[in-house]
Design a protein around this ligand. Structure first.
Ligand code: BES
Ligand code: ZN
Ligand code: ZN
Length: 478
């Protein structure tokens, strides 16, 4: 559910409140009794608990001690995870509205806290009969903080809504979200946020000779789509656009190189996590009216072993004219991304970033804790992205991208093959994509954090919407 965020200028005696306080804050204005005050001080400073709850029946008061020690991105992340805990408490007390009070001047922390609260407040309930009963009680977050302006709240709303859109898309199963349906959802999002959407159908994709996307789609009943999302504000700061490319495999069975079910195929509705991140980012950027020209490209299809499915051994001619020997039909993400990456060239982009749930090797390497990154962008641009990643805690881990890894995808029969050897699987996938890029480019393999089965704090259960916040922060920083 979308949580309403409002700015307020005073407290009333019945408000449920969260006090974001420093160690030496004055708690007197908040009407604590001496006993309560002693309790708060004891809990916070002697027992060093993260949050303190005071239940007064007609209202609940939470105290979150703010500790600015340590790296600033960790301070922000602590605010988000504290918010997750408080939301759980607030729900136990059936709290409908919560007022976040900035006791000291902690604007940046207030923003991180409210973001954490709203992201924690998400549920995917569409398919429950008793969805109403399962909803979170919290509906409104009020902010009492002199440093927070309406503009800040607009930015918060934009990025939260974008992230939740991405989660919804990832959580939707294939029984609903086919490639054509994904296009409809993107069009609806474009209408709502104000960005333009163009959808290419199968015959247009054929005329563009997108051989990779068409090959992956061959075993499917549903047609593929190729989606172009564009946010072009009148006074854009950039002359050449920034292009995001998202892997839109709405379901990955592996194709003829079929995946086993348990722990492997069963969660593969998440394989359009890159597409969801791109759609969510464009939504947020357009909603916030950021003055940057951004384009999103989303090739979409499912990957199935149906009648005419592409087969190991096939040689496919791609959109840019290169040939690919397919040795594993489960390495389908790179096939569809390659066509989108070579299509991106026509925009003469300043920078291209692709996001994809691309390899199990990325999950094996770093798990859900970060994004595996590599590419040819300048050090300066890489550093900007890494800074954004730390700030929003969608951290980038840069992998080596040495030329030698490119040797592992040489083919005996075609220009390249679609798998490397048993080693460095995320990097050989990246090297494959690199062949289709002719501009500064970064590849984000989000296979680890895009889908978290048991849930990951404020990031939610199942689809996390990872990617939206880092892209939004990056564009905001331009
Ligand atoms: N969609 C998968 C990668 C994936 C794995 C995403 C786990 C999320 C969680 C991708 O299409 C795939 O199957 N990759 C293969 C590549 C291999 C055949 C070279 C893999 O990683 O095993
Ligand atoms: Zn696959
Ligand atoms: Zn896949």
């Amino acid at each position: 559910m979308n949580t309403a965020i409002k700015k307020v200028s005073k407290l009333s005696a019945k408000d449920n409140i969260v006090l974001l306080a420093n160690k030496n804050s004055d708690f007197k204005p908040y009407g604590f009794s001496d006993k309560e005050l002693k309790y708060v001080v004891d809990q916070v400073y002697k027992k060093k608990s993260e949050i303190v709850t005071i239940n007064r029946y007609e209202r609940v008061i939470f105290v979150v001690p703010i500790d600015r020690k340590g790296e600033v991105h960790k301070v922000y992340e602590r605010a988000r995870t504290d918010a997750f805990e408080i939301l759980a408490e607030a729900n136990k007390h059936n709290v409908k509205a919560l007022t976040v009070v900035d006791v000291e001047s902690n604007d940046d922390i207030v923003k991180a806290f409210v973001e954490g609260l709203c992201l924690s407040n998400y549920r995917f309930l569409k398919y429950f009969k008793d969805a109403k009963e399962r909803e979170s009680s919290l509906q409104t977050v009020n902010i009492l903080a002199s440093g927070i302006e309406k503009a800040d709240i607009d930015l918060l709303n934009a990025v939260v809504e974008g992230t939740l859109l991405a989660r919804d898309l990832v959580n939707e199963p294939l029984s609903y979200l086919t490639a054509p349906q994904l296009s409809k959802e993107i069009q609806a999002a474009g209408k709502k946020a104000g960005f333009n959407v163009e959808v290419f159908n199968k015959s247009k994709i054929e005329s563009l000779k997108m051989g990779g996307l068409l090959a992956v789609n061959k075993g499917s009943v549903d047609p593929p789509t190729f989606n172009i999302l564009e946010w072009k504000p009148a006074k854009a700061k950039n002359k050449k656009p920034i292009v995001f490319v998202g892997k839109g495999v709405v379901y990955d069975t592996g194709g003829l190189s079929l995946k086993p079910t348990k722990g492997s195929m069963d969660m593969m509705k998440c394989d359009m996590g890159g597409a969801a991140a791109v759609a969510g980012a464009l939504y947020a950027i357009a909603k916030a009216k950021l003055p940057v020209h951004v384009i999103g490209l989303i090739p979409a299809t499912d990957n199935r072993p149906g009648g005419n499915a592409y087969a190991p051994g096939d040689v496919i001619k791609m959109h840019n004219g290169m040939t690919v020997e397919v040795l594993n039909t489960d390495a389908e993400g790179r096939m569809i991304l390659a066509d989108a990456l070579s299509y991106a060239q026509k925009y003469e982009p300043e920078m291209v970033i692709d996001l994809a749930t691309l390899t199990g090797a990325a999950v094996a390497a770093i798990g859900k804790y970060g994004i595996v990154a590599m590419g040819t962008a300048s050090e300066k641009e890489k550093n900007k992205l890494k800074d954004s990643g730390r700030r929003v805690y969608e951290r980038l881990v840069e992998f080596p991208f040495w030329d030698e890894y490119g040797d592992l995808i040489k083919s005996e029969i075609a220009d390249i093959k679609n798998i490397g050897g048993p080693h460095a699987g995320s990097i050989t996938a990246g090297k494959f994509l690199e062949k289709f890029t002719q501009y500064p480019w970064m590849h984000f393999d989000i296979a680890g954090p895009a889908w978290v089965e048991g849930g990951d704090n404020y990031r939610g259960k199942g689809g996390t919407g990872v990617g939206v916040r880092i892209l939004f922060d990056y564009i905001k920083s331009i």
